[in-house]
Design a protein around this ligand. Structure first.
Ligand code: NAD
Length: 303
């Protein structure tokens, strides 16, 4: 078989369900051997179980692919390090890391407990940083040994991180942080042959099917099921493959049949007085500049 990822080894975090599962199956269908990580937690991050990761491994094997299960917590050093180690010990190499695991603890800010803040920041932000760090250390070693890899990292942000989302202060902050991490990683790791991009998906999973039941529903008429998680995976597979050479530090929205390049912060209207403003002058100038600036997109759920 000659797929986009033939001969490559990919790690997908949170691949026991939803988007991660779809990514793992799609990577395997394009020839990658996949380490399927999942801690098997509940929607709010509590509990654990080996079932989901093992089930996806069995699905991949039933389709003739290669996969192993990893049941560790990717937001711990041991979980992240053992995940990278499992790829190397099982298949002798690592080519792509898809950071995807996560969960929600939605609350309005005034009701958001410190625990809900910490848990969501931890799983998304630290849960991206630690696997990235351990994979990058391996790739740097390879590059230094004269075997510069064609390595890829695909991170998972969210529209909530890009535009903000009411009731998701913790999640929006974590997902915006993932964009910052993506930009730095792309810049730091280019010299070692590593490209780092992020996707902001939208799909029907247990994370969304209750809150957005109507938007997420499959069509009854057998037409295109736009919100199926499998629709996000083709872009992820391409970003994880050698075919995406030259693409790094970018953020894409992916939903249904639509792929959008998200264009980030850039300087808008500006003025330089060449001296210090008084607060009143600074305010007057800020209002003039705002009048010339583009109006920001609304925060999800606002109004
Ligand atoms: N579904 C959407 O529309 C949507 C939109 C924007 C972003 N996202 C993001 O996509 C990613 C996947 O979400 P999903 O919708 O498929 O949700 P999901 O709940 O179906 O899948 C997430 C998986 O991550 C696993 N997980 C959670 N914490 C873990 C940990 N510490 N270690 C290992 N595995 C862990 C869970 O067990 C679960 O199987 C998340 O990062 C989510 O924030 C989803």
């Amino acid at each position: 078989m000659n797929g986009l990822c033939t001969g490559r080894v990919a790690v997908v975090t949170g691949a026991g369900r939803g988007l991660g599962r779809a990514h793992a199956l799609a990577l395997a269908a394009e020839g990658a051997a996949v380490v399927v990580n999942d801690l098997g937690v509940g929607v709010d991050g509590t509990g654990s179980g080996a079932g989901p990761a093992q089930q996806v491994v069995e699905e991949i094997r039933a389709r003739g692919g290669r996969a192993v299960a990893h049941g560790g917590d990717i937001a711990t050093t041991e979980g992240a390090a053992s995940l990278v180690r499992m790829a190397l010990e099982s298949y002798g190499r690592l080519d792509a890391l898809v950071n995807n695991a996560g969960f929600l603890r939605d609350r309005m800010l005034v009701n958001l407990d410190e625990d809900d803040w910490d848990a969501v920041m931890r799983v998304h932000l630290k849960g991206h940083f630690l696997p990235l760090k351990h994979a990058a250390a391996h790739w740097r070693g390879e590059a230094k040994a004269g075997r510069t890899p064609t390595a890829r990292v695909v991170n998972t942000s969210s529209g909530a991180g890009l535009l903000g989302s009411v009731g998701q202060g913790n999640y929006s902050a974590a997902k915006a942080g993932i964009v910052g991490l993506t930009l730095v990683a792309a810049a730091e790791l280019a010299r070692y042959g590593v490209q780092v991009n992020a996707v902001a998906p939208a799909a029907r999973t247990r994370m969304t099917e209750a809150t957005f039941a109507e938007t997420m529903a499959a069509p009854g008429d057998g037409g295109f099921d736009a919100m199926a998680p499998e629709n996000v995976s083709p872009l992820v597979v391409w970003l994880a493959s050698p075919a995406s050479a030259g693409v790094t530090g970018r953020v894409f929205e992916a939903e249904g049949g639509r792929i959008t390049v998200m264009e980030g912060w850039r300087p808008g209207p500006t003025v330089d007085k060449g001296a210090r403003w008084t607060p009143a002058q600074a305010g007057e100038t800020a209002l003039q500049l705002l009048a010339e600036a583009e109006v920001p997109r609304p925060v999800y759920g606002a109004g």
